[in-house]
Design a protein around this ligand. Structure first.
Ligand SMILES: [Zn+2]
Ligand SMILES: [Zn+2]
Length: 649
């Protein structure tokens, strides 16, 4: 219909204002000058006919050209195309090239790289069709939308930017009609005679206009019901309004709207989020929700999106079957909100192990608390119990803060670390003996911490949490389900107990580590342990330590009472060999029989059979000593400023 050339093009002067004839069709077409033509693209001359993309439409609207339809809904050429009518697009292309060749019009034919729209499923190139559509006014609300989305609480915050960019890029209104068989009908009637348009009244909805006749109120002829259906986002964007009973139950709507949360993924920010907010604002003048949580994707283990065609799809049902839903949910909780994550099966396995750990801990606690709830005041609690309760209280505080910020990964980590590496690994080991003796301070603490941890984990691992709650705490707590019970609160802060507790924890784990090194079982008794430190630091926990490390006797002393005795000199083979070469073997032999009672600790003189004396400095030998306390042999362990002397068994 039109040919355009850039006015600065050297050919422009000759061409602008003239007419040309198109090949094959012999149609006369005007040539215009237009600064929007890119002289460097292709031939530098633009041909404007029907619509191949959005740019074409802009040319057509600018020059007020007729919108012509060259391809029909079945993908065949229309009557506009003369002898090519009825051909498929690809066949018509071939036929046109053949005809141009026959008439000698084709000068050159070459490959060209272009980006074109294709079907996302089968990659067939997409052709644009000109169709009448229904639009919802959108562009005029851009500023309002930009202002409103500032009031939303975005989790994570950076996702707001994506919607801002989308709104700023909008240049067209929202096409709300589709030509499909199944979807929501558009409740509109059109009068073919006078052009009148009638929208269904509220009390007529829900209505399919194609099966309900309406008379035109203007000219009294029967109108035609709209055969189009709504864009799917027209339905889904009304979900908060529908779910809060908008226009159906005003009292409930007032109570429920706006909703507290919209959870969704980042791929539908420009659709679901945008349209829902738009319609909420337009229909109620309010945002439809207060907070929007935008999640990332779970990608295939190779980091690519999962696609059946790539063969990298993980079937979630199989994962659930294999590891259980709580383990799978644990994995999901470890993914930061808004970030895409490659699927990590090992994290699901870890989640399963965490379930087992939680179950074992809870089974122990069940035995101890025996269905009863004992909660003592702070003043009646022992140091180690105050230690774990103070640490637990910090976990509650931090996890709650993380949960409020939707940082489920951080909350999960905080809770897990505490459960596994403080409560299970240390506290329970230290408190076991008291718990079995029905010590109320221990029972009270086990109850508080275990019930609290299970509640903290309930949002992430709801099934095992409910099971443990039912098994251990339901009778005493009274709430029929953990998921409607109250969220745990911090219990106490006790910095003094925390300092002392940490030291006790260190002492116990050092001594237990020493046992493992010596190949002893942890339940093996030790003759005696002497702890050298300011007694005030640990004196209250003396019994807890003694019984946990199974020391027959435990003394806390302010001063070391040690005596060191040299018992042997051991050669450092790696040093002696290279230096003394042929004599090395003899030196090692002589060291075995040397009289240690007469040695100084700096060096050793070894007299060889040849009469030569070899001087061995500290680099070549190690002095082996024993330490004794009041005549008993002991091993020495350093734990910060504290020294533990352990009676040899
Ligand atoms: Zn397709
Ligand atoms: Zn009419």
């Amino acid at each position: 219909q039109l040919v355009a050339i850039h006015p600065d093009d050297f050919r422009a002067e000759k061409l602008i204002g003239k007419k040309l004839k198109t090949p094959l069709f012999e149609k006369e077409v005007r040539i215009v000058g237009d600064k929007n033509v890119d002289p460097d693209f292709g031939s530098g001359i633009v041909m404007i006919c029907s619509i191949g993309d959005k740019d074409d439409l802009e040319w057509i609207l600018k020059y007020k050209l007729k919108i012509e339809k060259g391809i029909d809904e079945e993908g065949r050429m229309t009557g506009l195309c003369g002898k090519y009518r009825g051909m498929k697009v690809s066949d018509a292309r071939k036929a046109i090239i053949d005809d141009m060749k026959k008439q000698g019009l084709l000068i050159k034919q070459e490959g060209l790289e272009q980006s074109i729209g294709t079907c996302w499923r089968c990659h067939t190139p997409v052709e644009f069709l000109v169709m009448p559509q229904w639009f919802l006014k959108t562009v005029q609300f851009k500023e309002k939308m930009l202002k409103e989305i500032e009031k939303l609480d975005w989790k994570p915050r950076f996702m707001k930017r994506r919607l801002q960019d989308w709104i700023n890029s909008l240049s067209w209104d929202w096409v709300i009609s589709r030509q499909r068989y199944f979807a929501t009908p558009i409740p509109i009637w059109e009068c073919k005679k006078c052009g009148n348009i009638v929208v269904a009244k509220k009390n007529e909805c829900y209505v399919d206009p194609t099966i309900m006749d309406k008379e035109c109120p203007e000219c009294r002829t029967t109108m035609k019901g709209c055969e189009d259906v709504f864009d799917t986002w027209m339905d889904s964007s009304i979900s908060p309004l529908f779910n809060t009973c908008w226009e159906r139950n005003p009292d409930l709507f007032k109570k429920l709207y706006p909703m507290s949360l919209r959870p969704q993924a980042h791929d539908i920010i420009r659709t679901w989020a945008f349209y829902t907010i738009l319609r909420g604002i337009l229909l109620t003048n309010k945002l439809p929700f207060k907070t929007i949580m935008v999640d990332g994707f779970v990608l295939a283990p190779d980091g690519k999106p999962m696609h059946a065609s790539l063969g990298n799809v993980i079937d979630p049902l199989k994962i659930l079957e294999k590891y259980g839903s709580d383990a799978f949910r644990y994995y999901a909780a470890t993914c930061a909100v808004g970030e895409d994550n490659s699927f990590r099966e090992k994290d699901v396995i870890h989640g399963m192990r965490l379930c087992t750990k939680l179950w074992n801990v809870s089974s122990f606690v069940k035995k101890i608390i025996d269905g009863k709830k004992i909660v003592l005041e702070k003043s009646r609690l022992k140091i180690m119990d105050r230690w774990i309760l103070s640490k637990y209280s910090k976990v509650v505080e931090n996890a709650t803060e993380y949960m409020d910020e939707f940082r489920f990964d951080k909350a999960m980590k905080e809770i897990e670390e505490f459960l596994w590496h403080e409560f299970a690994d240390h506290y329970i080991e230290i408190v076991k003996h008291r718990a079995y003796d029905n010590d109320e301070s221990a029972i009270s603490t086990l109850y508080t911490v275990c019930s609290g941890v299970v509640k903290l984990m309930a949002p992430m691992m709801p099934h095992i949490a409910e099971e443990i709650y039912t098994m251990n705490f339901k009778d005493a707590e009274g709430d029929p389900s953990i998921h409607i019970s109250s969220w745990p609160k911090p219990v106490l802060t006790d910095e003094d107990a925390e300092r002392k507790g940490e030291l006790v924890k260190e002492i116990v784990s050092k001594i237990r580590g020493w046992k493992s090194e010596k190949g002893m079982s942890l339940s093996k008794e030790i003759d005696f342990v002497e702890l050298v430190c300011e007694p005030e630091k640990i004196i209250e926990c003396k019994e807890d330590i003694a019984r946990t490390v199974r020391a027959k006797e435990l003394v806390v002393a302010e001063k070391e009472n040690l005596k060191e005795n040299l018992v042997a000199v051991k050669p450092v083979y790696s040093k002696i060999g290279p230096v003394f070469k042929g004599k090395a073997e003899e030196i090692v032999e002589k060291l075995k029989t040397i009289d240690v009672g007469k040695l100084s600790e700096d060096e050793v003189n070894v007299r060889l059979d040849s009469g030569e004396t070899v001087k061995l400095t500290k680099d070549f030998i190690n002095f082996e000593k024993t330490v004794t306390v009041k005549g008993k042999k002991v091993d020495v362990l350093n734990i910060g400023d504290t020294v533990a002397l352990i009676g040899r068994v």
